[in-house]
Design a protein around this ligand. Sequence first.
Ligand SMILES: O=C(O)[C@@H](CO)OP(=O)(O)O
Ligand SMILES: [Mg+2]
Length: 433
Amino acid sequence: MSSSAISAVVARQILDSRGRPTVEADVQLADGSRGRACAPSGASRGRHEAWELRDGDPSHYEGLSVRRAVANANAELANAVIGQSAVEQARVDDVMREADGTPALERLGANAVLAVSMATARAAAAHRSIPLYEHLADLAGTAMSMPMPMTNILSGGAHAGRGMDLQDFLAIPVGAKSYSEALEMIARIRLSSARLMDERGLSTLLADEGGLSPGFGKARDAMDLMIRSFETAGLRPGEDVAIALDVAASELFEDGVYRLDGEGLTLTGEEMIEFILDLASHYPVVSIEDPLDQDDWENWRTFTAQLPRVQIVGDDLFVTNVGRIEDGIARGAANAALIKLNQNGTLSGTIEATAAARAAGYATVVSARSGETEDTFIADLSVGLGAGQIKIGSVRSTERLAKYNQLLRIEEDAKLGFAGVRGIFGLNVPIAA
Ligand SMILES: O=C(O)[C@@H](CO)OP(=O)(O)O
Ligand SMILES: [Mg+2]
């Protein structure tokens, strides 16, 4: 057995940031190197994502448990990967896909497969005595860079009891010259938004990703509050900081129409396009995610063509899947892809999806899920892939801050270039070297 061969896999059930069970896996190598990783979990999940295996009816704790996925990792997946070299990530992921035998990893569970896949990369980095981000850059064959964060300030949709129709109102500090400066600007905005809401007697309770959910009915009220928060933080809207939206429109789509209860509107696809275009034209919006349903390809194409200077991000649309990304490229749908490891199911598949997007000139945004753990893997992934951007959630909950803070450490020890606004589609503001 070579010193990088996987010698043991131990999985267990732990809890995520919503207090729901998820899979954690440890991978050990023949030389004693170890890696540990946790699978995240989404709430506004795309229909075409890899399969998260749970034990039963998810409306009860017992049903939510992941004991079958854990058992699969400890038995079938362990059997498949033991003896394989951890530095051969694609091979390890292939044998797990073969062991499962289904395209969406339904049999053994994408949550089980992914935890082992990520833990393998960590063990390999330990074996090579290099940081995880560097190992990931070697796997992807890409140049590393520090990502520009897009950060949730106000939350609605499935993350906030459907208080507002749109899911995420995010800030992108486009004027920042470094990652640490970007994070500082975001922290200032987050504080000022909470103060403003407090002054106005609005609730400052936290949503799933640590964002605020003022319970506005209308998106414009949320947008106005975003702008006020920027100004109160001493930042210029549109110059220092811009707005990004995640509409998460698949969650609003029912029986062929978009239901925006807060606005009191029921819209056709064409009307939905008009609604979002109108919103984007009144505010400094530089990025819009999932403005339309995950299978509404034709309207996606129309929408993308109308906003050539705005980043249009496919999340539920692409589900980090090479086939769907290539489909979107061929149809001219979106110009950027959200990158989520657990939508794909393996690290290698996620790297391939990122490469497919990038090859077509699509921007890439590495993203957390609304259900997260203390695992900081995606911070290293965003750097290793040179993705350009990262979306983690707010700076007000520890499972998110674990990633933001990990990026501060990487910035300190790696002295890498900052993707800055060069990573933002359509914006061409020069930044200092
Ligand atoms: O829609 C999204 O982009 C994510 C993160 O905000 O949400 P979820 O993990 O619930 O799918
Ligand atoms: Mg989304």
